[in-house]
Write a protein that binds this ligand. Sequence first.
Ligand SMILES: *Cc1c(COP(=O)(O)O)cnc(C)c1O
Length: 389
Amino acid sequence: MKINDIPVREVEENYVNIHPIQAAGRLTAEAMKALIAYGDGYSTCDQCRKPFRLDKITKPPIAEFHSDLAKFLNMDEARVTPGARRAFQAVCLSLAEKGDIVLVSALAHYTEFLAVENARAAVKEVPLNKDNVVTGDAVAQKIEEVTREEGKKPALVMLDHFDYSFANEHDIAGAAKAAHQYDVPILYNGAYTVGIKPVDGKALGVDFVVGSGHKSMASPAPSGVLATTSEYADQVLRTTQMIGDVTGRKFGIKEVEMLGCTLMGANLLAMMASFPTIQRRINDWQEYVAKSNIVINAILDIKGNKCLSEHPRKHTLTKVDTTGSFDKIATTHKRRGFFFSDELKQRGVVGEFAGATRTWKLNTYGLTWDQTSYVADVFKEIAGKYDLL
Ligand SMILES: *Cc1c(COP(=O)(O)O)cnc(C)c1O
């Protein structure tokens, strides 16, 4: 099947996909319908009326979606963004000035580094403890250290609740407390939480909550959310003050960091179409964590395997080390590391990094109970075939 010369993607139709970044961005059927219905360029603008801003449109119910999103995260204001990274960028550009320091975790995602660099500020990393976790104390210490060395406190702390590498849980509430003790705002990076587990921004005590639509909200790329408090809304969602010097033109309530309007068509409507599912599925989070532990325990039953993430798992994304098992087979196998992906694919499982047999990540989010035991059995079956059990 092709669309002109573009092959049709059939990964989700034909396989069980355990890809680390794809599992929770898989679309709902409703999102697929919305993509088709609103695929035309400025489709959301049919009924855009004064004061002409995306988040004010009531038909389709985009305004209502924005207030629902803010409620969903227990924050005061929400905007949709083209990915979590554009939300980091908006916050960094409005809070950090040239030469300022922004604190991130030693496991921060590269997009956090880039957002800080884009604002002409610089990152400093909060070190991990021996369990590869960021604590509130470590944040407090780093704020003190930076303040001493730079002569001013950091402009912002950005912290991932679950990091992209191990998906270990970091102490957001502790970090928020520490940051606020020094009067530094804190951004909660929920790329791996918003849309799959309950997130309560006020309870955590954070100033910003950022989520990724395509990572964890069953939405197309790019999509994401930025939520904030009334305290910071005026600053980060400030409206344009520019006046054209020749024409005297002004652009009313367009928001500067959002460049007016953000997700203008199918991406937003698909996000909205998936939202009822998202609201429901966050309540099943513990079930998905239990399934994750079943698969990881099966991997650990294979001699020589290690779990590099916290164990028992508190997330569906996990980094494992199979240097002592599958990698030993890879050294002599004619397909090298690809033998492992071949064996998985033959059994209908894809998404592990092809050729990787040392350390690699998998994400079991969304698996049914049947698929969970099937995937667990597949790892053991491959191990059995190569005498690794
Ligand atoms: C995936 C990821 C991001 C980037 O999210 P986008 O929505 O693609 O911009 C940022 N931070 C973490 C921790 C991530 O895992």
